[in-house]
Design a protein around this ligand. Structure first.
Ligand SMILES: O=C(O)C1=C[C@@H](OP(=O)(O)O)[C@@H](O)[C@H](O)C1
Ligand SMILES: C=C(OP(=O)(O)O)C(=O)O
Length: 459
């Protein structure tokens, strides 16, 4: 394996490996000139954790090339290993860590799974545990225990699975796996998270009768993430029929083994691309796929709404800033995970912005609407919560402590604002380890103008 300064630290989801100096403040670097940078990013969290689950349920071994190595993926690897899946490191060709060879085995419960903060682990793995034999306890970080789980708990019960949650409707709970799930037709309310739907679809082909799933709630956020699930299943020979939006049918059958290249995380590209706009410079992200189900690809449309120009050529996306940042009104129903970066841009714009369709991000790693309002206003800004979003009226900002709320995207948003505002200190920047442990190294290189492609640095 190539070792570079971009290699991720090893995460032990079962250890008490606290990040170094978790309470330390990180002085966000301020840009003194327009940035000119070109960089690559580690693998997509959403694709890595889907492919790990599908590989665990597949009919043979699968090699995952260039997967994400971060806390979220370490929690997923730990969960699947605990259930009896073999996951071995193989020398990888990328700059961000080893490949993973996943060999499915008989699924065995009688274990405890630490979901950390990962929505993908707490939602995607319980159906897998239900297919195992024995009780499996699910728990999470204190900060993540309150994340909505009703969609999964109720759905599994409706599918015949015995779950003991002591009446909590959420974590911690025990899934009493019997080695099989009956499956069949059920209704769920996925208004709080698209991950409820993805979780059930990922395991559905392994249920005796497959799955006929109908969403009955008021709204369905993050549709591209459901499309990502359907696409990943299709690549492994599982067809998901969707007769209408909010209804999915999966027949029982095999999930094919498959070697897969994991795309870079395009949502994690958001703060880096936003940096071009904030500094009036240009930032290029290499390895940008021509076609993808990642919602981060929408940045190519979102950033121009704030004044950027965007060019996709030769597998790289370049964003150029112009004459400042202009406010915009945006519906982010499909891409709520991009909202913190967009809010950071809006706070630095020259006219007000409204971001709607994101009420459900109150249930992400933290209540992101409340956190963004509190932190922008603490630096002198004017942000207010709407029923399903934010209104941000730009005001001159000053330095101060930017709190992260143990939320990786809050940390990176503080860094974006710090590019333009002197004296921003990000508390708990280590929250970025959830999906991008290399964040501070990549960011310093970006600001120093010394960014090269990590592949070049590693070789
Ligand atoms: O399935 C996934 O990989 C994800 C789905 C989305 O969740 P929500 O629908 O809960 O927003 C997204 O915000 C999250 O970061 C990742
Ligand atoms: C909401 C997010 O994460 P999770 O997968 O834990 O839901 C996110 O990464 O923005």
């Amino acid at each position: 394996m190539l070792i570079s300064k971009y290699s991720a630290p090893d995460f032990d989801p079962y250890g008490d490996q606290a990040p170094e100096e978790p309470d330390a403040l990180w002085a966000a670097p301020t840009a003194v000139a327009p940035l000119r940078a070109r960089l690559g990013l580690p693998g997509s969290k959403s694709i890595t954790n889907r492919e790990l689950v599908l590989a665990a349920l597949a009919d043979g071994p699968s090699l995952l090339r260039a997967p994400l190595h971060s806390k979220d993926s370490a929690n997923m690897v730990g969960a699947l290993r605990a259930l009896g899946v073999r996951i071995e490191e193989r020398e990888g060709s990328g700059a961000f860590g080893a490949d993973w060879l996943v060999t499915p085995g008989e699924l065995i419960g009688s274990t405890t799974i630490d979901c950390g903060q990962a929505g993908t682990v707490m939602r995607f793995v319980p159906p897998v545990a239900a297919l195992g034999l024995g009780p499996t306890v699910f728990d999470a970080d204190d900060s993540a225990r309150g994340r909505p789980m009703g969609g999964i708990v109720n759905a599994l019960r409706a599918l015949g699975v015995d779950i003991d949650d002591a009446g909590r409707g959420g974590l911690p709970f025990t899934v009493h796996g019997t080695g099989r799930v009956a499956g069949g037709a059920i209704e769920i309310d996925a208004s709080a998270s698209s991950q409820f739907v993805s979780a059930l679809l990922l395991s559905a082909a392994s249920f005796d009768d497959g799955l006929h799933l109908t969403h009955v709630g008021e709204r369905l956020p993050s549709l591209p993430h459901i499309e990502m699930t359907i696409d990943a299943l299709a690549q492994r020979g599982v067809t998901v029929q969707s007769p209408r939006v909010g209804e999915w049918i999966v027949a029982p059958g095999a999930i094919a083994a498959r070697d897969v290249d994991i795309e870079p995380d395009l949502s994690n590209a958001a703060p880096f691309l936003a940096a071009a706009l904030v500094t009036g410079g240009s930032v290029t992200i290499t390895g940008w796929p021509d076609a993808t189900t990642q919602v981060g690809a929408d940045l190519a449309g979102i950033l121009p709404a704030f004044g950027a120009t965007v060019e996709l050529s030769d597998g790289a996306l370049t964003v150029r800033g112009g004459d400042g940042i202009h406010g915009s009104d945006l519906d982010l129903t499909t891409g709520g995970e991009l909202a913190p970066t967009v809010a950071g841009l809006a706070a630095l714009a020259d006219t007000p912005s409204t971001i709607t369709g994101i009420g459900h991000i109150r249930h992400h790693e933290t209540d992101r609407l409340a956190a963004l309002v509190a932190e922008i206003n603490a630096l002198g800004g004017e942000a207010e919560e709407l029923d399903d979003g934010l209104r941000i009226t730009p005001r001159p900002l000053h330095g101060g402590v930017w709190h992260s709320y143990d939320d990786h995207r809050m940390s990176t948003t503080g860094a974006v604002i710090g590019l333009a505002v002197e004296g921003v200190q990000v508390e708990n920047v280590e929250a970025t380890h959830k999906t991008l442990p290399q964040f501070t190294t990549l960011w310093r290189d970006l600001v120093a103008g010394s960014s090269g492609t990590p592949d070049a640095i590693a070789s």
